[in-house]
Design a protein around this ligand. Sequence first.
Ligand SMILES: NC(=O)c1ccc[n+]([C@@H]2O[C@H](COP(=O)([O-])OP(=O)(O)OC[C@H]3O[C@@H](n4cnc5c(N)ncnc54)[C@H](OP(=O)(O)O)[C@@H]3O)[C@@H](O)[C@H]2O)c1
Length: 319
Amino acid sequence: MSNQNMSFRSMGRCGLKLSTFSLGGWTTFGGSVKDFTSIRSILHHAYESGINFFDIADVYAKGDAERMMGGALKELPRHELVISSKVFWPMSENINDKGLSRKHILESVNRSLQRIGTEYLDIYFCHRFDEDTPVEETIRIMDDLIHHGKILYWGTSEWTAEQIQEAMDVCDKRGYYKPQVEQPQYSLIARQKFESNAQPKALEHGMGLVTWSPLASGLLTGKYDGGITEGRLARMDNLRESLYNEQNVNRVKQMKKISDALECSRTQLALAWVAAQPGMSSVILGATNVEQLQENLGALKVNITPQVDQDLKEIFTLS
Ligand SMILES: NC(=O)c1ccc[n+]([C@@H]2O[C@H](COP(=O)([O-])OP(=O)(O)OC[C@H]3O[C@@H](n4cnc5c(N)ncnc54)[C@H](OP(=O)(O)O)[C@@H]3O)[C@@H](O)[C@H]2O)c1
């Protein structure tokens, strides 16, 4: 399915094309949205809107996100979809059921493929860097999985510039497949860490960038201007504590004059801004219903001029 409103971008220097906006399942599918009919309608709406990239992880709802998203995606043509999953976070109490060892990665990919109901993953992410495993061990099994056809590309998530460089050096030395994509947190609220570290390194190596939490878990929609009564920040204490403060709420309020001038919502402005930053391949959305997804995809029509970019950066300063 292709939708004339959707645009597509290369994932870094490789041939794979990703929809500018994609959809992920963290805390929503199998979590805040448990009913399969709702999950199916959100995912199918995404596909019908031109989204081709669906981001999952083994750990999301302890395998349920893979099961439920896989169940809905199975009804769509597999060759049109880009499906990712991830490995690193513990899946049980067992000492080997975590991290990036050869053993855990091989067993995890098999379980992810089974839960999703697919023969291969388009992208397999190392969900963090594993300080307890030599990076060469991790890269070699990723390379093996590509040779065996279980995964097509491998990527990193929240790796630092130094860790990415170490991985590239090992790949150069041994001739292994390189990580083609990094998945960092990135939004107007979360700029500093990424812009000063992984972004320049990823660009140097031609890696694609697919970014998470573009709305800072909903804060950038403006729905918490008057306080928190419902939504993700009401449900998740850790996110509320790290994101919800006077400075962030005031900054989100200041966006309104810019979004009003552009005749879009703050949500759409925040999403369009991420998509307009250097090196972005796809901005991974989260949505708990079809209406949210529809609003979010309206970001495709928002033009971030250099002036708008500068105005937003002046509100959401790095310090
Ligand atoms: N690699 C990693 O470590 C990592 C970490 C986190 C996420 N991710 C990926 O990135 C994806 C997106 O992250 P995210 O879900 O945090 O994105 P987000 O866009 O920052 O937050 C999405 C949440 O905001 C609220 N929301 C979204 N659109 C809205 C709208 N139009 N109006 C009002 N509320 C709206 C919804 O929550 P409520 O309705 O519940 O308020 C929704 O679930 C994840 O699904 C996952 O695939 C990766």
